[in-house]
Design a protein around this ligand. Structure first.
Ligand code: SF4
Length: 745
């Protein structure tokens, strides 16, 4: 591993000594070949282009209205099977962030005085290669790592991961999907044998009982909530969440459990259903393994225990059991309230266990269904080459590495044979001096990562930090040694995969500003500057990489091989994997909405799903007399996206969102703490303290407070604990105290 990168070192040095590889020379001479200043000529000047939205994993179809060849307006696509003519505020405003004043328009490098100053692409590439090489020569290839995003198209993610690992010799890379979906990935892999969300959005409309866990669908996935509202079966809608969210308000049952008591509740629910004889014995016998051990395990979770540990009263628990027992098509849905937990994998698997034991899977309106976060979280899961080897394979498996080497026509020894460190482990590597360089692409770690003060202290331990982003103004870009300006959604081509496994296209309908390049083109420049053109000969365009993805996925659960090209995707309104070649042979087309496991066959080698369970564990930072409140964090409104690097640029979205951070606190707690509605309040954890306005409300239960994640200060308070299997941060439980500002001084 070490030597192959060094082998190129001399050639590299020659290539970059004069600040120019062949491609960087060509970039200067013929910028249009790299997309600089151009939109695709294939689009007629006044055409309507079709693309999926670039924010959340719902994956709504949008019509992009062109004037003089560039998008000037957006409307939701009435024919797209996901959103059927609807869009949330972010979708309507998806073009606004492209026009922001603080776009990164040219590469920037930190000078001797510590300032980021403008530089050229050739010089930026020289600095990049020198920076990576010097870290790797001094500390080994694995000392340089990368962090990506679920916001880039799959083709770029695949190129980024392949270039970093197979080309530059890096061993460790991860992405911001670790903060979002890692728990669901791990749960599905262990339970189903592959990371395979089983559902179609049609299931929202076909259930007679929908169980939403830790999911404020109304504001986090508004179009999916619209799909629920279209359900013609007068369904029971059960929301299990400590907060009385907008979704809980609209539900038929709200189950306000104590924070992080969900695992006990679901094991108790399983026990109660077993007692009532609500087990689909035929399905369990034919298609699962481990039910008897599961039934034995949950027998300890009787109603008294559930009531004592979850805080739910007995009648509410019985009503929950009764509703699920009587449901014929019960679907279980979860998002971040489950995933961002110290034991999220087991909680997700408890929901999978419930679906399996009641036979609520593989049929319309059923399923144990994780709703993803980012627009391309699923693309990242399958093709980012971080935790998984390309196509959902295993880096430690000899035959998987051989397969990838054969398909890509690269030497097998270029593929690392060890598991990549997860995001938190990479940061621990930085702390311990094992990781000395980072390449961060399109994620704002210096806002979003848990326990920010600790994260920021690690910056000092990095010898070289490269940040590639649309904006030079993000908290992370401001820390960088080198900033590479990137095009955003709407300024490049590729595909996303949404929550229901649907692959959809994105289109270049705008010129990127200044010298900003599509991430894909930046990776080409890096490959060129690093002397890796031969290795990436087949990676010239996004559609080339899509072809490689088709080959990499052939005969795997995520088979895309039947999608002949981008045009087939566009014409079909997106296609859900799997799409084997047989599905599109002789002009055939798969159904537009499909679910998995209709035949009861799962992806473990014996075809059976597994019951997975484990005793609940205590939270990492329990409340005590000094810090008596639980801090919950989450989305603030449907107009806000994560660290607001994009949504914060839209005047319309800013008007739709709260103008400042508010701490939700229960009226009884507010009185006890001497806090007035709308008054200033200090929230302090063991890590930091911040002052915000109080929103006195019964949305939160007594003993808990809530802050939106969009304020960069929120993660100064959070406590860095992680699920041991998924390594996903537990953003939704930290101990804090509350003080009126007058008291706090
Ligand atoms: Fe975009 Fe998600 Fe809103 Fe749909 S729901 S318009 S995908 S942000």
């Amino acid at each position: 591993m070490t030597s192959r990168w060094r082998k190129n070192a001399d050639a590299l040095a020659r290539l970059v000594r004069n600040h120019e590889g062949p491609l960087t020379r060509e970039l200067v001479r013929k910028p249009g070949r790299f997309g600089l200043g151009q939109v695709p000529s294939r689009l007629a000047p006044d055409a309507v282009a079709h693309a999926v939205c670039g924010y959340c994993s719902t994956g709504c179809g949008l019509k992009l209205h062109l004037r003089d060849g560039e998008a000037c307006n957006v409307t939701p696509d009435p024919d797209y099977p996901v959103n059927r003519g609807m869009a949330c505020p972010k979708g309507w405003e998806v073009l606004s962030p492209l026009d922001a004043d603080d776009r990164a328009t040219h590469p920037m490098v930190r000078d001797a005085d510590g300032h980021l100053v403008r530089t050229s692409w050739p010089e930026a590439m020289r600095r990049f290669v020198d920076g990576v090489r010097s870290v790797q020569q001094a500390h080994g290839d694995a000392a340089f790592a990368f962090l990506g995003t679920g916001q880039m198209p799959t083709e770029e993610l695949a190129f980024f991961g392949a270039l970093s690992k197979f080309g530059l010799g890096m061993v460790h890379g991860d992405g911001n999907t670790r903060q979002c979906m890692a728990t669901a990935v791990q749960a599905y892999k262990e339970s189903f044998g592959f990371d395979a969300p089983p559902y179609s959005y049609q299931d929202f409309e076909e259930s007679d009982v929908l169980v939403l866990v830790g999911s404020n669908l109304c504001i986090a996935h508004p179009i999916l909530w619209e799909r629920v509202c279209r359900n013609p079966h007068d369904p029971d809608i059960i929301v299990i969440d400590p907060r009385r969210t907008e979704t809980a308000e609209a539900a038929t049952q709200h189950v306000p459990l104590r924070p992080k008591s969900d695992l006990t509740l679901f094991y108790g629910l399983a026990q109660a259903l077993i007692e009532r004889g609500c087990v689909d014995r035929d399905f369990v016998a034919a298609h699962t393994a481990g039910f008897d051990a599961f039934a034995d395990f949950v027998s300890a979770f009787d109603e008294a225990r559930v009531v004592a540990e979850s805080g739910i009263d007995a009648p509410a628990f019985r009503r929950l059991v009764e509703t699920i027992a009587q449901g014929e098509r019960v679907s279980f849905w979860w998002t971040m309230g489950v995933n961002q937990s110290h034991e999220g994998v087991r909680v997700a698997q408890a929901l999978i266990d419930l679906a399996l034991m009641t036979g609520n899977i593989g049929r319309p309106g059923t399923g144990a269904n994780s709703v993803t976060g980012q627009c391309n979280a699923m693309g990242s899961r399958l093709f980012s080459n971080t935790t998984n080897l390309l196509g959902g394979r295993d880096f430690t498996c000899d035959s998987d590495r051989a397969d990838v080497a054969r398909i890509l026509d690269i030497p097998v020894d270029r593929i690392p044979d060890e598991r990549s460190l997860a995001y938190d482990e990479i940061l621990e590597g930085v702390r311990e001096g094992r990781i000395r360089g980072l390449w961060i692409v399109a994620t704002n770690s210096a806002h979003s990562w848990i326990d920010q003060n600790d994260f920021r202290s690690l910056r000092e331990k990095l010898d070289f930090l490269v940040v590639q982003d649309m904006y030079a103004s993000t908290e992370t870009a401001e820390m960088a040694d080198l900033v590479l300006p990137a095009a955003g959604w709407g300024e490049k081509e590729g595909t996303f995969i949404n929550s229901e496994r649907r692959i959809g296209r994105i289109r270049k309908v705008r010129r990127a500003p200044g010298e900003a390049l599509a991430d894909f083109q930046i990776f080409r420049l890096v490959a060129n500057a690093a002397g890796l053109d031969d290795l990436f000969e087949r990676w010239k365009t996004p559609e080339d990489v899509f072809d490689l993805m088709r080959a990499l996925s052939r005969d795997r659960p995520c088979d895309l091989s039947g999608i002949e090209d981008y045009r087939m995707l566009e014409a079909s309104g997106g296609m859900q994997w799997p799409v084997p070649e047989s599905a599109t042979r002789d002009g055939a087309r798969p159904e537009q909405e499909r679910r998995l496991f209709a035949d009861g066959g799962f992806f473990h080698t014996d075809g059976r799903a597994r019951f997975v369970f484990e005793a609940p564990r205590p939270v990492a930072e329990p409340t005590d007399d000094a810090y008596p409140f639980v801090l919950l964090t989450g989305r603030g409104s449907s107009a806000q996206w994560h660290t607001e690097t994009r949504t914060g640029k839209s005047a319309t979205l800013r008007k739709l969102a709260p103008s400042e951070s508010q701490l939700e606190i229960h009226p009884d707690d507010a009185i006890a703490c001497g806090i007035e509605p709308g008054g200033l309040v200090a929230v302090a954890s063991r890590r930091d303290r911040l002052v915000v306005r109080a929103r006195v409300t019964t949305v939160v239960p007594r003993g808990a407070v809530f802050l939106a994640m969009h304020d960069a200060r929120t993660n100064r308070l959070t406590y860095a604990s992680f699920d041991p299997y998924s390594h996903q941060p537990s953003y939704k439980h930290a101990a804090v105290r509350i003080e009126s500002v007058t008291d706090a001084g």
